[in-house]
Design a protein around this ligand. Sequence first.
Ligand code: ATP
Ligand code: MG
Length: 702
Amino acid sequence: MSKHVLLNVLNSQQRDAVLHTKGPLLVLAGAGSGKTKVITHRFAYLATAQKIPPSSILAMTFTNKAADEMKERIEGLTGKSAAGLWIGTFHSVSARILRKKIDRIGFSNDFCIYDENDSGNLVRSILKEFKIHEALYKGILSKIYSLKASLVAPEDLLANEDSYGFDEKFARVYVRYQDELKKNNALDFDDLIMCAVKLFEQCPEVLQKYREEFSHIMIDEFQDTNASQYRLSKLLASKHGNICVVGDDDQSIYKFRGAEVRNIRAFMEDFSKTKVISLEQNYRSTQRILDIADSIIARSSDRMPKKLWTERGKGDKIYYCVATNEQEEARYIAQAVKELYLKGKYSYRDIAVLYRVNQQSRALEEAMRENGQPHRIFGGIGFYQRKEMKDIISYLKLIANPDDSVSLKRIVNCPPRQIGAATITRVENEARKIDKSLYKTMKHILKSHGYTASLKDKVSLFISIIDELIAHREIKLPELIEMIFEKTGYLECVGEERANNLKELVIASEAKDLRSFLDTASLFNGLDENNADDCVSLMTLHSAKGLEFPVVFIAGIEDGLVPHFHAIKDPEELEEERRLFYVGVTRAQDMLVLSGAKRRRLYTSLQEQQPSRFLSDIPSGCYHCIEKRPRADAITSSIINLPIDLLNTSPFAAGARVRHPKWGIGVVRDSYGETDDVKVMVNFPSVGMKRLSLKFANLEKI
Ligand code: ATP
Ligand code: MG
C-alpha cells in the first residue's frame, strides 16, 4: 500500500500518531477507536515510507490471536510476509531472546516451558512433600505468579520477608518451586519475562545488542502490562527511545494477574516529553451500543475521562433477556443465533457468545449442539491441552530435555508399565538425596548397587525406551512422533478418537523442528486455534479483549457472575468487574444481546440469582427487556421479533426431502422467514449444509 493510501484511511489523530515516529508516544483512547489500527499502520509506515528495516521494529501484545491478527494486517498493508519479524506476545518475544542467550544467566538454551498445568503439578508435588494441603495449590501458584509479575524472586522474598507479609512456609514453597524448575531446566510463563529482565540487567552487552537492534517499539493493550513487562519494555527502549504504547485504562482487566494501570501514568513520567494522543471516534459500534457502554463505565471511579462518538447511527435495538434457568438462557441464545443466521445477514463466524466463567460454556454448547450450530470454544480445552496431546508432548519435551522431571512423571507410567506411585516416590526420594533430576536419578539407580532387581527392571525398561528416542532426536519431527507411538505402544491403549487427534498432531508437526514446535505448543492456548471455519465463537469476557464481532451475546448478567462473587466485597475488584463488562459490551459492532437466568447451577449448588447490579446503571430506555417464560412458548414466539411459525406449516419444513437443480437431493434441516421470503437450510450429501432462499433456489419438493 502506498504511503498516501496508508495515511488517507486514517483520521487526523490517528495520522498524527503514525507520523510521530521519533520519541515516546502514548495513544490513550476508548474501545474501538482504532488503537490497534494505529499500530499496524505505523508499522507499515515505518517499514515502507521510512525505510526502517522491518526486523528492527518490535511489536508486542498479549494473546497469540491478537499477535497473529496484527501480523496478518501488517502483511496486508506492506504486501510482504511477516514471518520471522518481531511481532508477537511478550512471552513469545522473551522466549525467542532467551533461547539464544539464557546460558548467560546460568540456564541452558534448550530449556523447556511449563504451562499452567505443568506448574500446577509441580507445586502440588512440593505441597505434598511439605505436608501442606494440596488443594491450596491454586492460591499458592497465583501468589507466585503475582510475585514474579512484580519481579520478586525467591531470594528477594527471603531477604525481605516481613515487607511482603508472607509466611515462612510460603517462602519455602516458592524457593523450592524455583529450585525444581531450575533442576528441570524449565521456565514457567512468568519466568520468561522475569528471566529476560534479569538477562538484560545482568549482561549489559546482551541488552546493548537488543536495544540497538530495536529502533522502534510498539505495545498494544498497554493498560494490562505488569511491572515485569513494563520493565522489559523500558530496557529495550533505553537506547533509541522510540516507543509507542496504546491502551485504554477503562479496559484494564488483568489486575488480578499483576497488571498495573498506573504504568500509563508512569510512562509519561519515565519518558519525558511523551506525546499524548487521544482518539475519540469509535468506528466499531452503533450509538446504542456505545450508550450502554458509556453508562456502565461512567460510574467507574478514577478514570481518565473519555467520550466516544460514532457515525454509525443508532443501530439495532439491544435486548436483555431474563430466562428461568441457565438451560433456558442457552436455548434462547441458540434460537436467536438460528434466527439471525437464517435471516441471512450474518454468518456463524460473525457471532460471539461471551461469558464470565468457563463453566457457563457447557449449557451454551449443549443448546448449540441440539440446534446443529457449528461453534467453537476458545480458551477452553484447546488442541494441545487434550490429554493425549499433553502425553505425547511430554515425551517430546523429555526427549529434548531429559531433566524435565514434570514431563517424565507424566509419562513414566503412560502407557502403563507397572511403575506405580510407590516406585515413583522411591525414585523421587533418591532424586532428592543426590539432588539430581528424575532421569539422572534413574540412570544412577541402574548403575549403582543397593537397589532391588525389581526396581532396576522397571526403571531399565523405561530408560531404554527414552534413550532410544533421545538417540533419534535429530530425525524429522513427524517421524520422531511416529517412533514414540511405535516404541511406547501408546496408540494401542487410547481410543479411536484420541488416536485420530494424534494423527493431527503428526500433521501439525510437519516442517517444524523439535524446539520451535514445543515452544509453540507451550505458548499456545485454546484461544489461538484458527477460526477459518464458519463457527460461532464461545469465549470468556477476558479472552475477548481486543476482538470485535458484528453480533455479541453476553450470558449470565447476574450478580455473582458479572460481577463475579469473588469480587463483590472488594470495591477495587468490583471496579475491575465493571471494566470487564465494559470490555464485553464494546466487542459488539451491530447487535448486542444481554441475558441472565433467575436460577443457576453454579459449581454444585442451585442458586437464586439477582440481575447484575451493573444493569441499574444503564438507563432502562437503552434496551428492550424480554422475560422468557418456560419452554413451550419459546418455540412459537420469536426472539427478535421475527415470525417463525413457518417452521411448522411450510411444505419445506424440517425433514422434507427436496431436489436442487445443481446439488441434487437433500433434506431440509430448518426453515424460516417472512411469508414472501422464506429461507431454508438444506443438507445435501454432495456439498453439505446450504442456506437457500425459497424464492430463488428452485427447490422441488419430493
Ligand atoms: P480495542 O480498544 O477494543 O482494542 P481499538 O481501539 O484497538 O479497540 P481497532 O480494533 O483498531 O480499535 O479498530 C476498531 C474497528 O474500527 C476496526 O474494525 C477498525 O478497522 C476500524 N477503524 C479504526 N480506525 C478506522 C478509520 N480511521 N476508518 C475506518 N475504520 C476504522
Ligand atoms: Mg485494540
